[in-house]
Design a binder for this molecule. Structure first.
Ligand SMILES: [Zn+2]
Length: 316
């Protein structure tokens, strides 16, 4: 038996090329994100120290975790476009979902840290140990940060829709979190410095922590579903309908899908007339794969043929 390793899986070359291209685009956007995160967080930590604002310092630290999260995504994407090797026959696309999962986990932990910070400050306030001497000037830096983060969130979201990149979608949510954190920081600094209401600051931290935990959990759950081979029943049904639309296919007995990165791999069993020859059956399978690839981002299909039994009626 001839085992041709290079084309063993009969993968869609067009989709592979297209995916590689959109990953490269996503990576360029992420590198821009990284530069912005570095600039903003450095400025916030510098000004936070000069203006004695713990809130701005905390916001700067929150943006430092953004640097870690974006670095994880860039490393993940760099791995994901590596070509197939003997160990990863279908390519390394899953590294993208793995990186998204990690960035979701980082976001979740940042949320917990934020809420914990707020909680301990509330305790410090109750026991009269809180010494907040915030300068209003720190609010300007927080406002600059909020504006930048909101702009980048919109840019990432638009591009994630165009490239279908899970990394950019995660990154957009990350930036939205940061925009809200900076806005909260700004409001807390203003209220604390103008009206001297110091409990506003930790309360904002607790609320924002809860929001960051919620968003991190959504990213975690999306990527965990893909990493654990979960597949939407609605898409499975649409794939079944497409296979059934091929004339020679009498019935579809089994369909399952799973993700490799943002691409789909389909396993199916179809019923063909018992007298179908092997070359004919092969041609039908190729035709079915082509039909599917027109509608869905299918990397490749594994189709098993079952001969119709004599009792089997046409199109049950
Ligand atoms: Zn490998």
């Amino acid at each position: 038996m001839i085992f041709n390793n290079s084309n063993h899986l009969n993968m869609s070359k067009e989709l592979t090329d297209r995916s590689r291209q959109s990953v490269q685009q996503a990576r360029q956007v992420l590198i821009l994100n990284l530069l912005v995160y570095t600039g903003i967080s450095a400025a916030e930590i510098f000004i936070g120290q000069r203006a004695h604002s713990t809130a701005l310092l905390a916001d700067g630290q929150n943006n430092v975790t953004g640097i870690i999260s974006v670095t994880a995504l860039i490393v993940g994407l760099t791995f994901s476009i590596r070509p197939s090797d003997a160990y990863h026959l279908e390519g390394h696309w899953q590294f993208e979902n793995l990186a998204v999962f990690l960035s979701g986990l980082i976001m979740f932990l940042v949320g917990v840290a934020c809420a914990w910070d707020g909680g301990t400050k509330v305790v410090a306030l109750i026991t009269n140990h809180y010494t907040g001497q915030v300068q209003g000037a720190a609010a300007v830096m927080a406002a600059i940060s909020a504006g930048t983060m909101l702009t980048l969130s919109l840019v990432n979201r638009t591009l994630s829709g165009r490239t279908k990149s899970a990394s950019l979608a995660a990154s957009a949510r990350d930036f939205l979190n940061d925009a809200l954190t900076s806005t909260g920081t700004m409001l807390a600094i203003i209220v604390a410095s103008v009206w001297h209401i110091y409990w506003i600051d930790p309360l904002a931290a607790i609320i924002l922590g809860g929001f960051i935990i919620y968003n991190g959990s959504r990213i975690l759950s999306d990527s965990a579903a893909k990493l654990s081979n979960g597949f939407s029943p609605a898409i499975r049904q649409a794939i079944t309908a497409t296979i059934e639309s091929a004339n020679e296919v009498q019935a579809v007995t089994f369909v399952d899908g799973r993700y490799s990165g943002s691409n789909i791999i389909v396993a199916a069993e179809i019923v063909l007339a018992a007298q179908t020859t092997v070359p004919e059956a092969y041609r039908i399978c190729q035709h079915v794969q082509l039909l599917l690839q027109i509608q869905f981002p299918i990397l490749y299909c594994c189709i098993q043929v079952k001969p119709a039994s004599p009792q089997h009626t046409l199109h049950p």
